[in-house]
Design a protein around this ligand. Structure first.
Ligand SMILES: [Zn+2]
Length: 158
């Protein structure tokens, strides 16, 4: 019961924490910088983004992508230019957004070409070249971890 900050009287800290919860599924989102969100949403929606930072709903089943509770703005999967790799039915499922390398390509590099590390995958697929992750990756972060996850997936399929 006392695990939640709402259990005590400090209401202000409560409100701050709630800002990161998805308005639809209620799960905690990941903080994403304004510049990234501006590059991700459809051009006609860019104005709505304003100068805010956003949270990104990481829930596989949820239709919501970026949201800002204070401004009451939320964008759905359909309002974003690229498929989000962690959402259900993402197609294509990119591991590296800058070089448009899919998870499938990474897995193939592991299974068919024997890649074992991110370095191997970079050489074999051309991933992570001309990296502009802040603009191209939906989280605004380097795709290194996504590629590593895809490698692990490929290795487990061997
Ligand atoms: Zn959600």
């Amino acid at each position: 019961m006392n695990k939640c900050c709402c259990g005590n009287s400090e209401k202000s800290s409560c409100d701050i924490e709630k800002d990161n919860l998805c308005p639809v599924c209620g799960k905690q989102g990941a903080l994403v910088k304004n510049i990234t969100v501006k590059h991700m949403v459809l051009d006609e929606l860019m104005e709505q983004v304003s100068d805010n930072d956003y949270f990104l709903c990481m829930d596989e089943e949820c239709d919501i992508t970026y949201y800002n509770i204070k401004s009451n703005i939320k964008f759905s999967k359909q309002q974003v230019k690229v498929p989000l790799w962690f959402k259900k039915d993402a197609n294509p499922k990119y591991a590296c957004y800058c070089s448009k390398i899919t998870e499938e390509q990474v897995i193939n590099a592991v299974i068919k070409d024997g890649a074992k590390s991110v370095k191997d995958v970079v050489v074999l697929t051309g991933a992570m070249k001309n990296s502009q992750c802040q603009k191209n990756n939906p989280l605004g972060k380097c795709c290194h971890q996504i590629i590593q996850d895809a490698i692990d997936k490929g290795l487990s399929m061997k």
